[in-house]
Design a protein around this ligand. Structure first.
Ligand SMILES: Cc1cc2nc3c(=O)[nH]c(=O)nc-3n(C[C@H](O)[C@H](O)[C@H](O)COP(=O)(O)O)c2cc1C
Length: 212
């Protein structure tokens, strides 16, 4: 089985929701497995305790193990997810990435497919800048970046979520709006695409080895 890791941070669960939809897309490809991992919570416990929604969302993360840098060696492809924070990735995901120097030194992600997803309150609040800036460390790691191509017709009609740069959802002022039908379809398409590309690379590598 090829393993597509989905590594994300979430506070209120919106990015988790997208991760689960993307995982469905990954699993729709025969021979591919989706592995969900969350990045560490950096917020102090006393702050979380005062926020019922945050506490509840944390409960739903209990069954998902925390991501380790060594997971990246095990992954055949990685899809990173984060809430949009001032038009950029969250400190938790960045903290995880900043701890991957050991993987970088060994070229652990070189030639693996990478993609990104995000969730934000507003449509024009920086989803695209978040997704694009997430690609930078992926490129440093030698990953092959995958987005969503316009052959996915819903990219022409979506009003809130999903772009050529990756999957996304717009959660509204209270951060409680689920992904629209179109955003969901595009998130699933991203998972499927990354899994298919990883499979093609694997089969291609095997074919090259046979020729040698
Ligand atoms: C510190 C901080 C910065 C944020 N910055 C943005 C932003 O730049 N644009 C935006 O639309 N939403 C922003 N948000 C809102 C979150 O991106 C949004 O609520 C998201 O859906 C939360 O996802 P989650 O439920 O996975 O944590 C910000 C939230 C926080 C706490």
């Amino acid at each position: 089985m090829l393993k597509v890791y989905i590594i994300f941070y979430t506070r209120y669960g919106n990015t988790l929701k997208l991760a689960e939809i993307i995982a469905e897309g990954v699993r729709s490809v025969k021979g591919c497995e989706a592995v969900l991992r969350r990045t560490a919570e950096l917020a102090p416990e006393e702050i979380i305790k005062k926020d019922e929604r945050w506490k509840k969302a944390r409960e739903s993360l209990k069954t998902i193990p925390e991501a380790k840098a060594s997971d990246l060696f095990d992954a055949d492809a990685v899809i990173f997810g984060t809430p949009t924070r001032y038009g950029n990735m969250s400190s938790s995901l960045k903290d995880f990435i900043d701890k991957t120097a050991g993987v970088w030194v060994k070229g652990g992600l070189v030639g693996k497919v990478g993609a990104a997803f995000t969730s934000s309150t507003t449509i024009h609040g920086g989803q695209e800048t978040t997704l694009l800036t997430m690609f930078i460390p992926m490129l440093h790691h030698g990953m092959i970046i995958a987005g969503i191509p316009y052959s996915e017709e819903k990219l022409f009609t979506t009003a809130a979520g999903g772009s050529p740069y990756g999957a996304s959802s717009v959660t509204g002022e209270m951060a409680d709006r689920p992904p629209t039908e179109e955003a969901e379809a595009l998130a699933k398409a991203l998972g499927k695409r990354v899994a298919e590309l990883a499979m093609k690379l694997k089969l291609g590598e095997e074919a090259i080895k046979k020729q040698d």
